[in-house]
Design a protein. Sequence first.
Length: 207
Amino acid sequence: MSLYRSVHMQLFTLPADCLVYPGHDYNGMGVSSVGEERRFNPRLGGDVAEADFAGFMQHLGLPHPKKMDLAVPANLRCGRPEGDIEMPADPGWAHLNFSIAGLWEISPHALADVAAKVQVLDVREPEEFAHGLGHIEGAMLVPLGHLESRLVELPRGKPIVTVCRSGARSARAAAMLGKAGFAEVANLRGGMLRWRAEGGAVVGARE
């Protein structure tokens, strides 16, 4: 009950465009927004009542997490793992960060610096691309559901930056491109929400 009230009375009272970053990585979904979670979070958002949440959590019947006995000592060491971890070589075509999900990420400012040298790949739906938050000038629209069948259309001679609303769908797209052999791929961290929040120019936005 206290968890439900804490989320609704504190986190959900923040501005809708406030970005939220999870403490763990969930299949590449590295960022969301308060507004998105208020509407769509399956356990706490929408019309989910406190009693619904409590009943759901009490009947999950989850087993003891397999990695918990390793994770807790690692957290106590400030997350430093045993032994050395080899980081991939910096691609060099932009200032990038390597995420815990194993993907290269680019910030809005870094993308603005190299926009003329990369292909922005927007994986949202056409309505989102044309209206709403708008899109980055020069972006190529290929909805995520069609990406696998349209890989042949993508340029192999320049880096690709994947983009969506919040960075979740585009992270999956970046992973898909990596598996398909595209060597220079990065995901726009925070998606169009962060791009606009940091003053990035857009085309077709609905104010």
